[in-house]
Design a binder for this molecule. Sequence first.
Ligand code: CAA
Length: 258
Amino acid sequence: MAFETITVETRGHVGVITLDRPEALNALNAALIVELATAVRRFDDDSGVGSIVIIGSEKAFAAGADIKEMAERTYPQASLDDFMGGDWLAVSRARKPVIAAVSGYALGGGCELAMMCDIILATESARFGLPEITLGVIPGVGGTQRLVRAVGKAKAMEMILSGRFMTAEEAERAGLVSRIIPDAELLDEAVKVGEKIADMSLPAVILAKASVERAFETTLEEGLNYERAVFYSLFATDDQKEGMAAFVEKRQARFRDR
Ligand code: CAA
């Protein structure tokens, strides 16, 4: 399938998806969401890929759902089509780690897309916001849930109720962004992080991600039990034997994802 709203490449063992609707600041229209979901699922299923990077342009990661496309939607259409379900959720359903590399605007659905990713790297120019309230609606793909978990109630409420944007620096301080990267290095750095992850044992990576996600879903006791069970299960892998043998033998581990 040839893509029209994104470009896709593989760098080493990292799948890179570039959102590519510059004329609309990468606004997430239906076509882009279908293509993004297709690309994410393909990389997730590709045994040669260990992690995925999603990046936009220098000016915009994505300025939200496409307002022009959804302006005339009716309630029955939105509800019956499950407008923000299906392909919109593909990134949050990926089993492999997904890194958002954010420069410029990450607003509305764009901010929500970044928050579906596992790690957010950002440049100084990044601006995060959920301005849906200014359009007479509310965030529809996770904003009210993920932002509050990322930055706490006070900042999340202010942003969601007033539409205020957060700078990259504030987002890093608040814990939304993992690190701020110089503009020119954003993609290379995101790929470097992705490559580092891809070098690890994939079963361990997938279970580490699943275990961290549990922290948001369950009680501490249940989460600890899950983590312990997963930890024990990894002793059934060849990669555990290899990883520990390599440490003892003072050499680099060579994981084979089994
Ligand atoms: N949908 C559709 N088109 C968009 C868009 C969006 N979300 N964001 C920007 N564009 C388009 C603009 O209409 C403009 O197109 P034209 O040249 O054809 O008029 C082009 O992109 C460039 O945008 P601006 O001229 O507005 O650029 P700017 O630098 O002056 O402003 C901006 C940038 C502050 C990001 C401004 O474009 C903006 O406020 N965009 C909308 C942000 C927003 O409200 N996002 C939330 C959408 S709702 C949502 O996402 C729901 C959900 O929860 C899933």
